[in-house]
Write a protein that binds this ligand. Structure first.
Ligand code: PBG
Length: 325
């Protein structure tokens, strides 16, 4: 043959060769495992739309966490599903609330595990919005005080990281200020900085009973069509003191993950959300896809896009897959 071309296949010749030139690595240390806690005893309520995900009462929590820790998982994120909801989300900042007790218990039994607290009001308000509502409007500044209070109560319970997800303007500054005033200047903030108003959260709202009772979240969560706005959101959160930036959802937003990674030098986190989980579970239960291969490919894609950490309901499965491989 008299023409020249490149032989890319030389580097794909064998499994060992492929492993030598592999650019992206998914590790168990990259995973943050979400946990839903409920009041009561002997509760292991399956979440209908998320096969394999349960709401757990505190007496069953240690076993679940033990399993995750045994698998090498280093961090969990805790979501409370309270029994009592009201207009001002009082259970969110109750020192004896379900999340506060869960955090205390986890830290007591698993002191090394990094416990991340999701800081929001939507599971705790009867209207299901992430802030205070007045005349059908979600108030920004009035919500900040309650959020800071929630964060401080979670830090007091022993949370290692505060992850505010409510998308009010100034929430990182308000929480940083609240934490510092209460003597928690050493506690980092993992901000849901770039959070889109997404239909991919549907199953989570089943799991956490947090659907808005009127309207939607579009006045505070972002428009999926916007890219530059993601950089503005991330920029202000970094300026206000965020230590990590979350991009959420992940799968339909890999371009945003890469943008954020290229612009900021703090750890970037992807939230592989409930809808992304349920789609794979449904297809896999139908025998239409290979769950293990799809999950590993999807999470590797997120890492390649630039994330350092991934919050995922697949965390335990992935830890198992990585042991097998
Ligand atoms: C609370 C919160 C939500 C999720 C995480 N924290 C729901 C929402 O904004 O409606 C979604 C997580 C998921 O879908 O897995 N604000």
């Amino acid at each position: 043959m008299s023409f020249e071309f490149s032989r890319h296949r030389r580097l794909r010749n064998s499994a060992n060769m492929r492993s030598l030139v592999r650019e992206t690595h998914l590790r168990t240390e990259d995973l943050i495992f979400p946990i839903f806690v409920v009041e009561g005893e002997q509760k292991r309520n399956p979440v209908e739309s998320m096969p394999g995900v349960y709401q757990l009462s505190l007496d069953l929590l240690n076993d679940e966490i033990h399993e995750a820790v045994q698998l090498g998982i280093k961090a969990v994120i805790v979501f409370g599903v309270p029994e009592h909801k009201d207009e001002i989300g009082s259970e969110a900042y109750n020192e004896c609330g379900i999340v506060q007790r869960a955090i205390q218990q986890i830290k007591q039994h698993f002191p090394e595990l990094v416990v991340v607290a999701d800081t929001c009001l939507c599971q705790y308000t009867d209207h299901g919005h992430c802030g205070i509502v007045e005349n059908g409007e979600i108030l920004n500044d009035a919500s900040l005080e309650l959020l800071a209070k929630t964060a401080v109560s979670q830090a007091r319970a022993g949370a290692d990281v505060i992850a505010p997800s409510n998308m009010m303007d100034g929430f990182v500054a308000a929480i940083r200020h609240g934490l510092d005033d209460a003597g928690f200047e050493h506690i980092p903030i993992m901000s849901y900085a770039v959070k889109y108003a997404s239909a991919f959260y549907g199953p989570f709202r089943d799991a956490a009973h947090s659907s808005p009772q009127f309207g939607d979240r579009k006045t505070y969560q972002m428009d999926p069509a916007n890219r530059l706005e993601a950089l503005r959101e991330a920029e202000s959160d970094v300026a206000e003191g965020a230590d990590f930036l979350i991009v959420k959802p992940a799968l339909a937003y890999l371009d945003i993950i890469r943008d954020v990674k290229n612009h900021f030098n703090i750890p970037i986190v992807a939230y592989n959300v409930s809808g992304e989980y349920s789609m794979i579970k449904a297809a896999s239960q139908n025998g239409w896809i290979n769950e293990k291969e799809i999950v590993l490919e999807m999470l590797t894609g997120m890492k390649r896009a630039g994330v350092d950490l991934i919050i995922t309901y697949f965390a335990k499965d992935v830890a198992r897959y990585l042991q097998e491989n």
